[in-house]
Design a protein around this ligand. Structure first.
Ligand SMILES: *[C@@H]1O[C@H](CO)[C@@H](O)[C@H](O)[C@H]1NC(C)=O
Ligand SMILES: *[C@@H]1O[C@H](CO)[C@@H](O)[C@H](O)[C@H]1NC(C)=O
Ligand SMILES: *[C@@H]1O[C@H](CO)[C@@H](O)[C@H](O)[C@H]1NC(C)=O
Ligand SMILES: *[C@@H]1O[C@H](CO)[C@@H](O)[C@H](O)[C@H]1NC(C)=O
Ligand SMILES: *[C@@H]1O[C@H](CO)[C@@H](O)[C@H](O)[C@H]1NC(C)=O
Ligand SMILES: *[C@@H]1O[C@H](CO)[C@@H](O)[C@H](O)[C@H]1NC(C)=O
Ligand SMILES: *[C@@H]1O[C@H](CO)[C@@H](O)[C@H](O)[C@H]1NC(C)=O
Ligand SMILES: *[C@@H]1O[C@H](CO)[C@@H](O)[C@H](O)[C@H]1NC(C)=O
Ligand SMILES: *[C@@H]1O[C@H](CO)[C@@H](O)[C@H](O)[C@H]1NC(C)=O
Ligand SMILES: *[C@@H]1O[C@H](CO)[C@@H](O)[C@H](O)[C@H]1NC(C)=O
Ligand SMILES: [Cu+2]
Length: 675
């Protein structure tokens, strides 16, 4: 470490006591314990000195007399090391789903307070929300003195369309988590003595939450949790009592706002992050989280089928990890965790929202919740497919420290994430997430079979694959039937949105005409999966865009598309914004599963089986395609560079036990929708 912290006599040392003590339990990484201690002390002093300016603001938490302490401030300009969070009783701690974290009052309050603190930390601190988020894309800042390659200074450090997509984001999340963790330890130390023990115990367990956008939400709720979307104000209980503060999950406010970090309108006018802003590009636009919630709910079938297929039929890391793998004659490898993640970005941003633009997305607080879920999916997938990982692959796009065409491999430094003062983390080093002191309940101490069972429990509401395994009614159906009892008055209007339920899910297996869906022979039961495989230039248009599929006629008013009953799904292409984006050529691939919608057609007797002789003619007349830019502008198919869409299918053997995944056959091309 190049940091030489000298505590001043004015320092409130009680605030430092805990991080020093707890840092001893840091597992030996590549930094020595002493260096770690200095890092923690420095970080905490940094937050202390910088954070205080923020807490005087109108919307941050007022820590009362603590803000009057004389705090030693120092200059710094050093890089920081991403370490492991201290274990608790020798165990890595779970990152919780955000709805579960909310149930633990102490951890929840600490989380909200720390997010707010970080957002109010002055932007010239490398540990401010501004700079940590800024690592990803705009403003192309240099973090930790990790210089850009010549000409790449306007591009963020993040790796997309790259074999490093899942691995680069892993230490990125840990840097963010470690920053919050240190703030949490400090804030916890401010509680009155009789509560101190309890709160500090909660603080030591703190890990960032994830947001599971693919799981069915609790009855009566939207996929988008109310804590994130319900209100711009949140009540939080801190060391100085209960206060209403700006909800740090609702938006991030730039303080101060410097419009020139965003080259284009309307982002150069908006001083805080927005979701589905309305009126769209107006300087005074406000977020419509209700729109985002309803779009997410309508896309749940598509997200869940894609995720389930990724677990079941993507055994190769190259194909699973990123959308840059072009599937030459391989109809079974068009999708990827990155492409699915893109769709959540575009829907989560909702039109012009920051989340939908690569370079601006990390400022929205949803970003880290979304990416923690991506990391969790990656960790689960790694246990199911543990013999495949990063292989040398050329970068499709440039990043801050990488040129287009450079070969990326398992030893490529994941910049700017230092493992010690001279070296960076690599994909090799981050393969096991427990290296960083966190885990997820689905993988913690779990066998491959147990992870598969969790996948079958969480992500099978829209697949026929597990129908014979289910003794209980579909929880989604249950949820949609019970939402009439939702009477709580503080449930915001938008929370009445609910996940789309396919008609066939209402029917129990005994009533369903299984003969139209399944075939059986001595090897078991089979059904046919149908996919729309898409290939397109990522920067085909001037912004991110989405490709929608419907089983029915569609109007030209794109604002209605999300809510159409016969929406099958959409592929969101997460791109740059503005003219310069188009200078990049590079293709991506993705998939929209058609199976659940076709099962519905079969059970409603619109087709008589899922076999090609019935499905092909049906799709040729009934499958409709629409493309729109983020702002709703409808784009003709012929205007989209490099677009190819082909329909493919595979026979799939259903699992007979809950610790098994479906077995896919070879995915065969059926016909081209767009050649
Ligand atoms: C915060 O608490 C106050 C007082 O109890 C209440 O009136 C208000 O509705 C709460 N605000 C939110 C956003 O929950
Ligand atoms: C953004 O601008 C509006 C309108 O001027 C102002 O009310 C609000 O406080 C500003 N927000 C931040 C985070 O500066
Ligand atoms: C605003 O950002 C631009 C571009 O990064 C920078 O050149 C300028 O100095 C910034 N202005 C202020 C007042 O910080
Ligand atoms: C916000 O979205 C909801 C749900 O889609 C919609 O009904 C409402 O009209 C939208 N509000 C505005 C101001 O656009
Ligand atoms: C994964 O796929 C890539 C690209 O098709 C191939 O080069 C590699 O050999 C595959 N790995 C395994 C373990 O099959
Ligand atoms: C892909 O299929 C086409 C036509 O079926 C064939 O001409 C081509 O050689 C195949 N390419 C590869 C890489 O297998
Ligand atoms: C930093 O880490 C690298 C990679 O683990 C290691 O090779 C190197 O010796 C370490 N350097 C120091 C100064 O600890
Ligand atoms: C993991 O399993 C081991 C052995 O069964 C047990 O000792 C340990 O407590 C478990 N850890 C957690 C976090 O459950
Ligand atoms: C991979 O998983 C299999 C099945 O659970 C297990 O037998 C094997 O030891 C694992 N390999 C590694 C490298 O963890
Ligand atoms: C992209 O932007 C350029 C320049 O602003 C404009 O001429 C062109 O029509 C735009 N293309 C699309 C598809 O919006
Ligand atoms: Cu992302």
């Amino acid at each position: 470490m190049i940091l030489d912290f000298e505590p001043s006599s004015h320092t409130d040392t009680s605030g430092f006591a805990l991080p020093i003590a707890s840092s001893r339990s840091i597992r030996p990484l590549r930094t020595s314990t002493m260096e770690s201690i200095y890092a923690f002390v420095l970080l905490v002093s940094l937050f202390l000195s910088y954070g205080l300016a923020g807490v005087y603001g109108a919307n941050g938490y007022d820590y009362g007399h603590h803000t009057k302490l004389g705090i030693y401030k120092r200059d710094f300009g050093q890089s920081s090391v991403v370490g492991s969070l201290p274990l608790v009783d020798g165990q890595p701690q779970p990152r919780l789903e955000i709805r579960d974290l909310e149930k633990d009052k102490d951890q929840w309050n600490l989380y909200i307070l720390a997010l707010s603190w970080m957002q109010y930390t002055p932007q010239d601190s490398p540990f401010s929300w501004y700079q940590i988020a800024g690592i990803h894309g705009a403003p192309g800042l240099t973090w930790g003195n990790v210089a850009p390659l010549p000409g790449n200074d306007n591009i963020g450090y993040c790796h997309h369309v790259s074999i490093l997509f899942p691995t680069w984001h892993r230490p990125y999340l840990v840097l963010y988590e470690q920053t919050l963790y240190n703030i949490v330890q400090y804030i916890a130390s401010l509680w009155p003595p009789k509560e101190l023990d309890r709160v500090q115990k909660a603080a030591r367990k703190f890990r960032i939450p994830y947001w599971d956008w693919a799981a069915a939400p609790p009855a009566g709720e939207s996929v988008l949790p109310l804590s994130i979307s319900g209100s711009s104000i949140i009540n939080v209980s801190g060391p100085n009592g209960i206060q209403s503060i700006a909800n740090p999950l609702f938006s991030y406010g730039f303080r101060p706002f410097n419009g020139s970090i965003f080259p284009d309108s309307p982002y150069n006018k908006w001083n805080e992050t927005k979701r589905a802003p309305y009126p769209t590009t107006d300087p005074s636009a406000v977020s419509n989280n209700s729109f985002v919630a309803s779009s997410l709910d309508n896309h749940l079938p598509s997200y869940q089928q894609r995720l389930y297929n990724l677990f079941a039929n993507y055994p190769n890391y190259t194909h699973f990890s990123n959308e840059g793998w072009i599937a030459l004659n391989n109809s079974g490898t068009y999708d990827s965790i990155e492409s699915l993640h893109d769709s959540v970005h575009t829907i989560g941003g909702g039109g012009w929202g920051h989340l939908a633009i690569i370079a601006y997305s990390a400022f929205d607080p949803l970003f880290f919740l979304h990416h923690a879920n991506v990391d969790r999916i990656f960790a689960m997938w790694q246990i199911i497919h543990n013999d495949t990982y990063v292989v040398p692959t050329a970068a499709v796009f440039a990043s801050h420290t990488q040129n287009q065409g450079d070969i990326e491999d398992i030893q490529t430094p994941l910049k700017p994430f230092f493992v010690n003062d001279t070296s960076f983390w690599t994909s090799d080093m981050v393969r096991d997430h427990e290296t960083f002191g966190y885990t997820y309940s689905e993988v913690n101490n779990k066998t491959r079979e147990e992870v598969v069972a969790a996948v079958n429990r969480l992500y099978t509401d829209y697949t026929p694959a597990t129908m014979f395994l289910k003794s209980k009614p579909n929880p989604l159906v249950h949820a949609s039937q019970s939402d009439g009892v939702q009477t709580s008055k503080n449930v915001a209007e938008h929370n009445l949105h609910k996940p789309r339920v396919m008609a066939w899910q209402h029917q129990s297996i005994s009533h369903l005409q299984t003969g139209v869906i399944f075939t059986a022979n001595s090897n078991g039961k089979f059904y046919r999966e149908w996919l729309a495989n898409i290939e397109v230039n990522k920067h085909a248009l001037n912004s991110s865009f989405s490709i929608y599929f419907f089983l029915g006629d569609v109007t030209d008013d794109s604002s209605s598309w999300q809510n159409l009953d016969y929406l099958v799904g959409s592929l969101g292409v997460f791109a740059g914004h503005g003219r310069s984006a188009r200078a990049n050529h590079g293709k991506i691939t993705g998939t929209v599963p058609l199976t659940s919608a076709l099962v519905r057609m079969a059970t409603d007797s619109h087709v008589s089986s899922l076999e090609p002789e019935d499905i092909e003619p049906f799709l040729k007349t009934s499958l409709h395609l629409r493309i729109a830019l983020l702002d709703g502008t409808v784009v003709r198919v012929s205007e989209v560079d490099g677009l190819r869409i082909s329909i493919a299918s595979s026979l799939v053997a259903v699992p007979t036990r809950e610790d098994q995944l479906p077995r896919w056959g070879k995915v065969e091309p059926s016909f081209d929708l767009v050649a």
